[in-house]
Design a protein around this ligand. Structure first.
Ligand SMILES: Nc1nc2c(c(=O)[nH]1)N[C@H]1C(S)=C(S)[C@@H](COP(=O)(O)OP(=O)(O)OC[C@H]3O[C@@H](n4cnc5c(=O)[nH]c(N)nc54)[C@H](O)[C@@H]3O)O[C@H]1N2
Ligand SMILES: Nc1nc2c(c(=O)[nH]1)N[C@H]1C(S)=C(S)[C@@H](COP(=O)(O)OP(=O)(O)OC[C@H]3O[C@@H](n4cnc5c(=O)[nH]c(N)nc54)[C@H](O)[C@@H]3O)O[C@H]1N2
Ligand SMILES: [Mo]
Length: 767
């Protein structure tokens, strides 16, 4: 039997703190997984469901975007994948009775954890203007309401169409097509808050905004640098890949302000030996200060050049001269900037010692095949784009792009965030993509760029956008500057959420609001032509099918493609020549169109029949061709930046605990970091804490300081003395989003700088 959701809320947030763990996974992980899964699903459903995750005839894990290995274990999932599945396959339900019992004013007082724990949404629900209760509504009426509002807009650009990254390729393709037939490129997505900086930096330098390695490359690498990523929690299956890489002789350098458990010792739950002993993954740990990565890579580049310039190094091949000559552009300017890198400044920016950097250099020079992996620790800074460009410089210098065992590896978050972008979910679409849409569907797509997430919030705030539609996600909780974002959302005329689970975005609404409940990945999708499957693209550009088998959570759910098709028919009517009805009936007909519009998808339906899926083309990886403006891989030479802190302040990063999936909170523990039963904690280096007179266990308010002079405050955090880098602090998202100023974003990519918030810690009034 599944257990009931918690009744009381606010759930008691009373953190208990123990020593952080050194090893990740292993037996405790399995026990933990089964406990959480059984609470949601009961024993039988847990076993049946978990066995189908990531199997060739099963569904793609809705957890992260890490690829599936060629040879899959019977249980090809990880602890956190299993939690993501349990969250969706839960037997708990949010019915119209629930909404009758809980007015919206009540929902706004509840924690995100409590809301999520209530279970799956079962009926389309409508919140009328001035009402305080969502009421059940028919699908027809729901589409009428949306159509009314969309048609009354002064311009289609007053509507926003957000996407979170779980949406399938088929649904995403239809969704962007609908928005563009309506007449807008306002397609902000979670990627704007996530890997946008990677996309920006990579498109400019190598000509494609995606990683250049496949799983097999990791197994062939001599050196893997993992910077700004916590795979033990967020991409647990990556640890198995790193373990295999090490068995093949690779060395691993970890660059992180925190000593994250998984990168220390890993106990592979899928091998008996791994369970007992575990393997140490990291060979060299560089405990860097937040935002110090650009300086670090710049100095390494200087040292590589110096090695190449030195008499003893002449001809040593420290730099790959032939590759640089044949395939790159901008080398001279870059080399000049790199040679000017300053040791002292680098030591200040990184907080590292000379010895550690020298050791890293030796490992770099000894490696013939190097891969750099990264995630949010690199992308969510003001200077994220130049930081990632510097990583590209570092790899180009030794010819580490476009050959086996080497390359760039941005590790994506949401399971189909990369696919959604490939399908055209982008506020700044390429002209060639729009041309292809125009040719295939016979309408003139809008050419003007749309709003990204931050600009969408400003548009709502300023009354320039009036209808907000979300395909999944939890926009108000995931976005920065919570108070600003919530106020902005309340100004909308209509907010609509296509969702599986209840979340805060359903409580903070426009004048009218709709909740449209949808099928999850685990569920059977039956349409006019029979059972359907969808497709997804993983972090390494592999496309494959995903087929749900479970009975849907309620008979009233529609699939995401069906919702878009019906909405499009209702809103666009006869003006649209697109066969929406046929698309809804048979998703293979959507894939036929994708095949004609998007390069790399030729013969889509035939190729996706291969259970292993297929790889999308990637010119730099496949043929060392760089489709950039210069036709070559571009070296760049931006000035080095790093955050500078005023006296008595700390730099706060906002990150994930082990028991959450973004804004979905599975539980109140962060096992690897030794935190139990609470989320309002702030991790502070003991030396900093001593200087700031903050004892372990005391309570503080986090107050963010930004140049607009507005005081942003998150009250009541328990101080935890923790071995993070000096001057740095860490606390969980989304509780701390209230501290991230809307205007504090990365240059070029406009991604909120969620890993770089200047804060002062004030004793809490209640302490
Ligand atoms: N279980 C689970 N899985 C998930 C998610 C989840 O919430 N839960 N979220 C998914 C999503 S959408 C994403 S984007 C990914 C996120 O995956 P991660 O990027 O691993 O997630 P974060 O928790 O934000 O962790 C950031 C890591 O970077 C480090 N870091 C922070 N700032 C810096 C810096 O300036 N320099 C360096 N070198 N390191 C830094 C932090 O200490 C931390 O280890 O995970 C995906 N997978
Ligand atoms: N401060 C701070 N803010 C951050 C980050 C950070 O590190 N720090 N990280 C950023 C990152 S990397 C990301 S990706 C964003 C995440 O932003 P979002 O993607 O918007 O947020 P999620 O929490 O993943 O969304 C969860 C909701 O998605 C819905 N959902 C789940 N599965 C499905 C499905 O199959 N279909 C549909 N239609 N709905 C579904 C459920 O209703 C659930 O409540 O947050 C960003 N915000
Ligand atoms: Mo993400």
């Amino acid at each position: 039997m599944a257990s009931k959701p918690p009744k009381s809320d606010p759930v008691q947030d009373a953190p208990q703190v123990a020593e952080p763990k050194r090893a990740a996974a292993g037996l405790p992980a399995i026990g933990h997984t089964l406990r959480i899964a059984q609470q949601q699903m009961g024993v039988r459903r847990t076993a049946l469901t978990l066995l189908r995750v990531n199997q060739k005839d099963g569904f793609d894990c809705p957890g992260c975007a890490w690829p599936e290995p060629e040879h899959r274990h019977t249980a090809e999932f990880c602890e956190n994948g299993a939690k993501a599945v349990a969250e969706e396959a839960t037997l708990r339900r949010v019915t119209p009775d629930f909404f009758a019992a809980h007015p919206v004013t009540d929902l706004t007082t509840r924690s995100g954890y409590w809301l999520g724990q209530q279970g799956r949404l079962t009926h389309p629900m409508y919140l009328p203007e001035g009402g305080d209760h969502y009421e059940p509504v028919t699908w027809e009426r729901a589409f009428d309401i949306i159509a009314e509002d969309l048609k009354s807009l002064g311009s289609p650009d007053e509507a926003l169409f957000y996407t979170s990254g779980r949406t399938s390729n088929e649904a995403a393709f239809l969704y962007q097509l609908f928005a563009r037939e309506l007449g807008t490129n306002n397609l902000p997505d979670c990627s704007n808050m996530c890997h946008e900086s990677s996309g920006s930096a990579l498109s400019e330098t190598i000509g494609i905004g995606k990683g250049s390695v496949l799983l097999d490359d990791l197994y062939k690498a001599d050196l893997i640098i993992v910077a700004g990523q916590n795979p033990g929690t967020n991409h647990p299956r990556m640890l198995s890949a790193l373990e295999k890489a090490k068995a093949n002789g690779a060395k691993i350098i970890t660059v992180n302000p925190l000593p994250e458990a998984g990168l220390g010792r890993f106990k592979n739950p899928q091998t008996p030996q791994g369970m007992l002993k575990g393997a140490a993954l990291t060979d060299l740990f560089l405990q860097i200060r937040l935002g110090g990565d650009q300086a670090l890579f710049r100095l390494l580049n200087k040292l590589i050049l110096a090695e190449s310039d030195s008499a003893s190094g002449a001809g040593s091949g420290a730099v790959d001269e032939e590759f640089i000559r044949e395939h790159t552009h901008g080398y001279e300017e870059f080399a000049e900037a790199a040679r000017a890198a300053d040791w002292d400044e680098t030591l200040t920016a990184t907080g590292l010692t000379r010895e550690k950097i020298d050791e890293a250099l030796r490992m770099v020079l000894a490696s013939k095949r190097t891969i750099v992996c990264w995630a949010m620790g690199l992308t969510q800074h003001k200077h994220a784009v130049p930081t990632i460009r510097e990583v590209v410089n570092f790899l180009l210098l030794r010819g580490n792009i476009g050959r086996p065992g080497a390359g760039v590896c941005p590790v994506r978050g949401h399971s189909n965030v990369q696919g959604d972008r490939t399908m055209g979910i982008f506020e700044r679409p390429a002209p060639a993509f729009l041309d292809a849409l125009e040719k295939e569907f016979g309408f003139a797509p809008p050419r003007e760029h749309g709003y990204d997430v931050v600009r969408a919030i400003r548009a709502l705030r300023d009354g320039e956008a009036k209808v907000f539609f979300a395909m999944g996600g939890n926009f108000v909780a995931a976005s920065p500057d919570t108070e600003v974002t919530e106020a902005a959302m309340r100004r909308a005329r209509l907010t609509v959420h296509v969702s599986t689970k209840l979340n805060r975005s359903h409580a903070i609404t426009g004048a009218r609001a709709l909740i449209l409940p949808t099928l999850g990945r685990t569920e059977r999708d039956l349409q006019g032509s029979g059972e359907q499957f969808v497709t997804v693209e993983d972090s390494m550009g592999m496309v494959h099918a995903s087929r749900g088998r479970l009975e849907p959570a309620s008979p009233h759910l529609l699939s995401e493609p069906a919702i878009v098709c019906r909405l499009a028919r209702r809103v666009l009517g006869h003006e649209s020549r697109t066969p929406w009805e046929e698309f809804e009936k048979d998703y293979a007909t959507i894939r036929d169109r994708i095949a004609r519009v998007i390069p790399g998808f030729e013969d889509f339906n035939a190729r996706v029949a291969d259970p292993g899926g297929f790889a999308l083309p990637h010119a730099p990886r496949d043929e060392r061709r760089f489709p950039t403006a210069t036709g070559k891989a571009n070296f760049t030479a931006a000035p080095v930046e790093y955050p500078k802190l005023p006296e008595g302040r700390l730099l706060l990063q906002t990150l994930r605990s082990h028991d959450q999936y973004n804004t979905t909170i599975y539980g109140l523990d962060d096992r690897y970091r030794g935190i139990k039963n609470g989320r309002r904690v702030v991790l502070v280096n003991p030396e900093d804490a001593r200087e700031l007179k903050l004892s372990d266990g005391s309570y503080v308010d986090l107050v963010s300081e930004w140049k607009d002079g507005v005081e942003r405050r998150a009250p009541g955090f328990r101080v935890v003395h923790y071995p993070t880098a000096r001057g740095c602090a860490a606390a969980y998202y989304p509780e701390t989003n209230v501290l991230v100023p809307l205007d504090s974003t990365a240059d070029t990519s406009n991604t909120p700088a969620s890993k770089s918030v200047v804060v002062r810690l004030e004793q809490s009034a209640t302490d």
